[in-house]
Design a protein around this ligand. Structure first.
Ligand code: HXC
Length: 257
């Protein structure tokens, strides 16, 4: 597909998707979010890709939120039919995803990072849900995903004040995996992505699914999902290869089968 608001680059088994409206701080208009959903689905179907990195163009922002200029005169119905299902499509991606947050991640930008499985951030990155200052609230999962990670009280402060929080602080609170100098962000993220992309791909997908189940189900149901995925992997060639390689003291050669 042809995209106007994002860039896609492939480096071996890793795909880098760059939000590319740097003059608007990568503000997420409907077109961009729809392109992103389509691109992620396309990469998700591609067996050559084992990990997807999501980042923003420029040095200032990952994404400064939904496009306020586009939203300002919208009606509820227009918001509802305008493309919000793109977020649901992004949520359903099976391939592991890493956000490389290179600056502001605000509003929908913060929520987009929260859709990813791992969050890397540059030392100048700031996260926030400033929607309250615009007379609205987060709409793409911010209240739910922040609460599930930070707990009630920090989430309330972020959502009710709209104040931003530094990557360093969020690293301490378990929302950011690692903070690195901005110049090293993409390289450090790619190292992590390479490592994930070199694992047995079906195992990686089922591992992701099992971890995400923890946010969605009772412990009992989650344990059931984990156990069934675990058993299912004993039907893969990669499981035989992984265990045989260990026994033969060599590196496993996974095929995604
Ligand atoms: C549209 C945006 C934008 C946005 C920045 N720009 N954020 N345009 N929507 N969310 C534009 C500015 O209008 C400006 O364009 C250019 O990008 C540079 O931004 P400045 O404000 O001049 O930069 P700076 O002074 O450095 O301030 C950076 C900033 C600020 C703190 C990030 O831009 C800001 O507060 N942005 C809005 C953040 C926000 O409220 N996000 C939540 C949106 S609601 P011009 O042409 O004027 O120079 C939301 C709801 C999500 O996300 C619901 C689910 C999708």
């Amino acid at each position: 597909a042809e995209y106007t608001s994002i860039l896609i680059e492939r480096k071996q088994r890793v795909a880098i998707v760059t939000l590319n409206r740097p003059r608007e701080l990568n503000a997420l208009n409907f077109q961009l979010v729809a392109e992103l959903a389509t691109a992620l689905e396309e990469l998700d179907r591609d067996e050559a890709i084992g990990c997807i990195v999501l980042t923003g163009a420029g040095e200032k922002a990952f994404a400064a939120g939904a496009d306020i200029k586009e939203m300002a005169d919208k009606t509820p119905i227009e918001m509802m039919i305008g493309g919000f299902e793109s977020w649901e499509r992004i949520r359903r991606i099976h391939t592991p995803t890493i956000a490389a947050v290179n600056g502001y991640a605000l509003g929908g930008g913060c929520e987009l990072a929260l859709h990813c499985d791992i969050i890397m951030a540059s030392d100048n990155a700031r996260f926030g849900q400033p929607e309250i200052q615009l007379g609205v609230i987060p709409g793409a999962g911010g209240t739910q995903r922040l609460a599930r990670t930070l707990g009630k009280y920090r989430t309330m402060e972020m959502v009710l004040t709209g104040s931003t929080v530094s990557a360093k602080e969020l690293e301490g609170l378990g929302l950011v995996n690692h903070v690195v100098p901005q110049a090293e962000l993409l390289n450090e993220t790619l190292k992590l992505a390479d490592k994930i992309a070199s694992q047995a791909p079906i195992a990686a997908r089922l591992a992701k699914e099992a971890v995400l189940a923890a946010f969605d189900t009772s412990l009992q149901d989650g344990l059931e999902i984990e156990r069934k995925n675990f058993f299912l992997l004993f039907s893969t060639k990669d499981m035989r290869e992984g265990m045989q390689a260990f026994i033969e003291k060599r590196k496993a050669n996974f095929q995604g089968k």
